[in-house]
Design a protein around this ligand. Structure first.
Ligand code: UT7
Length: 347
């Protein structure tokens, strides 16, 4: 089989301007800014308006990544979207993004594996490029979790936000994809899930949908917390070992931004210096499949992640699922991140 190298050649991100602060949440549920900061590290989340959909966020993130890679959508061979909150259950959001980028007709599909989606999607893209099937793949992680967040449940509503990030993965002489580890365990899907809207509890379920709040995220927070710390550590170690590297070789870890305490525990257990971990959870909360590419884009824009660096991206989420991947950073730039803020997002 012909084998090619793959590299990330452009990064972009986008967050909607509406902002939901901890003080806003204090008015909605029985919580406090102090509790949220201490237990999660979150201060604000960006929230899309009632008329917005996830592809509205995916599009500017994709355009930023394309321009950073010096490409137009016409140069791309395939589009993959990682999302748990697509515009519709079907068709795939990637089809809509392809049309909105002006390249209807190109192959486009979604990967649905909750917060682990971006790591799965980039690993898939790298595999398609390295095997020679495609030369360049656009990967987008985009979510509007505000659409499935129950703003009467203090146990979940403080956690989630909206946003999008994207990368271009393309053929490269130097192979910068050094290793990856993916996994999933569906023993108990209800640990973290959206009960309604699938075939087990269809939208049309008589009368139950609103009464049992089936259209909102349900989560057993502490079970997810314990799983997350152990699995992120194990995933990073396995991906590094597949790459023939150790934690001493790592320049930056970009973790899924679910809880600052989870990230801190992972960093401590791995024995990494804290300044090697990219954290932006205070600004965005948990944006699921979008959290890693948003943090990656910001770290590249800040000049932290630079050419030659060894970068590990690691996620966990519903499934339960997990994934980590190791990249050598080529010289990918970041497209202008379009970020504005407007108060009172849920007003
Ligand atoms: O992408 C993956 C998505 N999910 C996750 O990563 C979630 C992982 N889990 C977590 O991040 C944490 O478990 C939470 C942040 C969800 C909760 O933090 P915790 O430290 O595990 O709190 P807890 O569930 O043990 O609750 C402690 C107390 C409880 O009160 P009592 O029973 O001790 O009186 C809760 O009712 O905190 C209470 N509580 C709150 N208090 C104020 C729960 N949520 C809130 C809140 N404000 N928002």
């Amino acid at each position: 089989m012909t084998a090619y190298g793959a590299a990330i050649s452009g990064v972009g991100s986008y967050a909607p301007p509406g902002v939901l602060t901890n003080e806003d949440l204090e008015k909605l549920v029985d919580t406090t800014d102090a509790w949220i900061v201490q237990r999660t590290g979150m201060k604000r989340r960006h929230i899309i308006g009632p008329d917005g959909a996830t592809s509205d966020l995916a599009l500017p993130a994709a355009q930023a990544a394309l321009s950073a890679a010096g490409k137009t959508a016409a140069d791309i061979d395939c589009i993959i979207c990682a999302t748990a909150t697509p515009d519709y259950l079907f068709p795939a959001m990637a089809c809509i993004v392809g049309f909105r980028l002006g390249v209807a007709g190109k192959p486009a599909f979604d990967i649905s594996i909750a917060c682990s989606g971006f790591v799965y999607a980039v690993t898939t893209a790298a595999s398609l490029v390295r095997s020679g099937v495609y030369r360049s793949v656009l990967v987008i992680g985009a979510e509007t979790l505000s659409k499935i967040t129950d703003y009467t449940d203090r146990g979940t509503c403080v956690l989630f936000g909206d946003g999008a990030g994207a990368v271009v993965v393309e053929r490269s002489e130097e192979d910068c994809f050094l290793g990856s580890e993916l996994g999933a365990d569906g023993t108990d899907p209800t640990v973290l899930y959206l009960p309604g809207g699938g075939s087990r509890m269809p939208f049309n379920t008589n009368g139950k949908f609103a009464a049992e709040r089936l259209g909102y995220i349900h989560m057993q927070g502490q079970s997810v917390f314990k799983f997350a710390v152990n699995q992120m550590v194990a995933s990073v170690r396995t991906a590094l070992s597949k790459a023939g590297l150790t934690t001493a070789d790592v320049d930056f870890v970009v973790p899924h931004q679910a809880n600052l305490r989870i990230i801190d525990a992972m960093v401590k257990t791995l024995g990494l210096p804290p300044d090697k971990c990219i954290i932006n959870i205070a600004e965005y909360g948990n944006t699921s499949a979008a959290s890693i590419p948003i943090a990656l884009a910001e770290a590249v824009a800040a000049g932290s992640i630079r050419k030659g660096h060894i970068v590990v991206m690691v996620a966990f989420g519903g499934g339960l699922s997990w994934g980590a991947m190791v990249w050598r950073w080529k010289d990918a730039k970041v497209g202008a991140p379009a970020r504005q803020t407007v108060a009172g997002a849920l007003a």
